[in-house]
Design a protein around this ligand. Sequence first.
Ligand SMILES: *[C@@H]1O[C@H](CO)[C@@H](O)[C@H](O)[C@H]1NC(C)=O
Ligand SMILES: *[C@@H]1O[C@H](CO)[C@@H](O)[C@H](O)[C@H]1NC(C)=O
Ligand SMILES: *[C@@H]1O[C@H](CO)[C@@H](O)[C@H](O)[C@H]1NC(C)=O
Ligand SMILES: *[C@@H]1O[C@H](CO)[C@@H](O)[C@H](O)[C@H]1NC(C)=O
Ligand SMILES: *[C@@H]1O[C@H](CO)[C@@H](O)[C@H](O)[C@H]1NC(C)=O
Ligand SMILES: *[C@@H]1O[C@H](CO)[C@@H](O)[C@H](O)[C@H]1NC(C)=O
Ligand SMILES: *[C@@H]1O[C@H](CO)[C@@H](O)[C@H](O)[C@H]1NC(C)=O
Ligand SMILES: *[C@@H]1O[C@H](CO)[C@@H](O)[C@H](O)[C@H]1NC(C)=O
Ligand SMILES: *[C@@H]1O[C@H](CO)[C@@H](O)[C@H](O)[C@H]1NC(C)=O
Ligand SMILES: *[C@@H]1O[C@H](CO)[C@@H](O)[C@H](O)[C@H]1NC(C)=O
Length: 808
Amino acid sequence: MDAIAVYITFLLFMSLPSENTRARAETQPPLPKKIVPGTSLSPISAHSSSWLSHSGLFAFGFYPQGNGFVVAIWLVCKKNNTIVWTANRDDPPVTSTAKLQFTMNGRLILKDQKGQEKLVVKVNARASSGSMLDSGNFVLYGNDNSSIIWQSFDYPTDTLLGNQSLPCGGQLSSSISETNRSTGRFQLNMQNDGNLVLYPAYISATSWDAYWASDTSAGNEVKYHLYLNKTGSLQILNSSSVFISSPIATLIDALEDNDTGGNQTIYRATLDSDGVFRLYAHYVNNGSDKVIKSFPETNTCEVKGFCGFNSYCTFNDDKLLCSCLPGYKLLDEKNQDTSLGCKRNYSKAECKDEKDGEAFYNMVPMNNIVWDDHPYFQNEDTSSEEQCSLACLVDCNCWAALYEKGSCKKQGLPLRYAKRTHEGDDSTKAFFKVGKNSWKGYENPFPIPIKTTSNKAVVHIIVVTSVFSIILCSAIVISSHYMYKIRVLKYKRLTETWSLGGLNEDVALRRFTYNELRRATNQFKEELGKGSFGAVYKGSLNKGKTKRFIAVKRLEKLVEEGEREFQAEVRAIGKTHHRNLVRLLGFCAEGSKRLLVYEYMSNGSLGKLLFGDQRRPNWDERIRIALDIARGILYLHEECEAPIIHCDIKPQNILMDEFWTAKISDFGLAKLLMPDQTRTFTVIRGTRGYMAPEWNKNTPISLKADVYSYGIVLLETLCCRRNLDVNVLEPEEILLSGWAYKCFVAREVNKLVPSEVIDENVMENMVKVALWCIQDEPLLRPTMKGVVLMLEGITDIAIPPCPDSNRA
Ligand SMILES: *[C@@H]1O[C@H](CO)[C@@H](O)[C@H](O)[C@H]1NC(C)=O
Ligand SMILES: *[C@@H]1O[C@H](CO)[C@@H](O)[C@H](O)[C@H]1NC(C)=O
Ligand SMILES: *[C@@H]1O[C@H](CO)[C@@H](O)[C@H](O)[C@H]1NC(C)=O
Ligand SMILES: *[C@@H]1O[C@H](CO)[C@@H](O)[C@H](O)[C@H]1NC(C)=O
Ligand SMILES: *[C@@H]1O[C@H](CO)[C@@H](O)[C@H](O)[C@H]1NC(C)=O
Ligand SMILES: *[C@@H]1O[C@H](CO)[C@@H](O)[C@H](O)[C@H]1NC(C)=O
Ligand SMILES: *[C@@H]1O[C@H](CO)[C@@H](O)[C@H](O)[C@H]1NC(C)=O
Ligand SMILES: *[C@@H]1O[C@H](CO)[C@@H](O)[C@H](O)[C@H]1NC(C)=O
Ligand SMILES: *[C@@H]1O[C@H](CO)[C@@H](O)[C@H](O)[C@H]1NC(C)=O
Ligand SMILES: *[C@@H]1O[C@H](CO)[C@@H](O)[C@H](O)[C@H]1NC(C)=O
């Protein structure tokens, strides 16, 4: 083996450009250098850790990152190399024993230190050769050695180079930092409406979150794309072929900026890790570079999301600083990482009505602070600062208020986009709700029913789960790849939308007529399945020339539920807007007919995916799905206006969209929990096997019922089997929840997923979370926020007690 490696290294060494070949390149038109099957690269070999372009300006291969290496393309520079593209950017770096191989069967694979292979370039066809071009484009050629079957220019990460386009609907994602090229916190989207827009990479970013736009919006389906030409002109063009179209807008022309590098200059446009999109020029002759233009032009706290949740941005001496708002402390106190944001410096008290607000909290005023976020409530008729402050104090949903010339804006958590204005600007006054110190001990008002040695662990978990913190940007970042593609900066109110009283226009639901829906579903021909309260049918709506698929649910047993409840539920669910919830698009209420219109999920349910006989999701996919579901439930519980208990979380109610993102559906049983309510339901809701034990005990149902169901779903997702399965080898394996606890105690969690290579530590943590969720005692179960923090590895997970110790 070694001999072969040495031989290959030798061959590669021989084929490296010597000074001679470089000199020749200047006189002859450069031919792309071919990389042929059978060659490979390794990070430590000085001569074959990369494949160079003809001129030696660009290289493809192993680039050091952290303690390891990533596969990347970089601009080779005398002073500093600049990465312009990264393969599988969210994978951990590999060690020096890894190998990149262009195999004899025409695939480019990365073999890591453990011998696991991964495709570097995802293409079905077999490549006969490859080449690192002088433009910075790495290409693979098909059978005829000339047709391109894959090119890095089609898969930009955070950078565009000269002669590269960002197509309509495409996006650039920033990196975490200069030295960590994983997907970061910002996105540049070339929207379908023709607008080029910068957003923080939140899952559910809307027009409110945008912080810069090219303002080239021209209605839907205009198909503009972004193009950087070789001489540094950054343009928005209107045809897929860059050569025949004229620019709609030229964002910057390097020549206007007196940049005279000629063809010895390489331009690149990069969405940097600080959220600013910059055009750079690199001068090949002297190795220097400079910024030609930035978007937004001045970064004086313009970039939304630069500071994490519940913190504010200050612009000082050309530097941006983030600090926590009053009443909050850094989430990552250990590393003092301000980009993660801040959490409340005391636990959340159970504020139920006006009096509680005054008992638990004070309002802390602050000058020179504003924020550019969407308030959930705005009163234009407020007489004084004091009135505004008081209005927030007595409102359990309000955490900050902004008073400005008679207008009072109330804000819920998390607080976003706060920034300092210049000193002496008295036109606004901000108020923040902070806990009274005397209520410091409020976090645990209930006696804890434990008698065993796990006492400390339980206290720990309760503390962890009652922390009223925030979802982390970093977590969002991981899944930002699967973000909604279509966002419109400027919402146009459609004439046919019927806004439910008082709703903001961007959550307006469309009211359909019954005939419209009958036509859309072709007389309710194709039944997709039966949900609670009715069957669901597939349909399609024509919108201009494009067709949009929908799922229409015809409610049957609605009479008892009553009209008001239907209205209330439609209103509440219509307001939910989260990446992991199936979106309600509209409804029909005509006579006694009640129909709900949802977005259509093309990949069926999680139940089908896990238990069906098609391809099963792999380990990584399952972890992602588990997190998706948890985030969806967390949103229902804590992030929408009134908490919603779903009551029927099960794999059949989790649907997969075209990008395999899990979304929670079927709110037919869901119940709104008003802040003043603890509910005792008269009718049992939910599905056997997923139902929390308290359903059978006539005790009040709380959000913790969903946590229980989630625990079961989590186990099923991890193990790809039903909780109750009689087709197993040993009787003790029949009930997954019991068996999982046994395996956990015996430290043999890998037994739960036989014949799969998984990270045992991850599996053990996941099982621990699930075991906490399925505790009989609702108080012991974590909140969904706690679950998400644990799944993301942000908080430690204590050893769970036996889930059904009371019953045993
Ligand atoms: C890059 O950041 C991600 C997310 O914070 C982290 O998981 C990863 O380990 C980092 N990589 C390096 C090389 O530091
Ligand atoms: C090279 O990059 C590093 C890290 O980004 C920076 O600290 C250093 O100043 C750069 N050197 C030059 C010569 O630009
Ligand atoms: C493609 O190019 C490679 C390297 O130049 C060569 O070995 C191979 O025979 C060529 N294949 C065809 C079909 O021309
Ligand atoms: C620019 O890219 C197009 C394909 O996208 C290619 O045909 C053309 O040769 C490139 N031009 C230059 C100067 O590299
Ligand atoms: C790039 O665009 C500018 C402005 O349209 C134009 O003047 C210049 O000739 C273009 N450069 C190339 C190489 O096409
Ligand atoms: C592109 O825009 C230009 C100027 O607005 C217009 O003249 C041209 O017809 C458009 N081309 C296409 C293909 O839409
Ligand atoms: C470019 O050069 C011209 C004349 O040489 C000068 O008037 C102009 O201000 C310069 N523009 C910039 C952006 O430096
Ligand atoms: C490098 O060269 C470019 C043009 O070739 C010039 O504009 C720039 O000022 C030079 N930079 C340095 C640091 O010499
Ligand atoms: C730019 O390229 C042309 C031919 O492609 C060459 O004639 C010219 O000398 C080059 N200019 C510089 C400054 O290198
Ligand atoms: C929380 O912060 C507020 C304001 O910053 C402060 O007054 C209060 O003492 C802090 N509470 C705790 C428990 O640290």
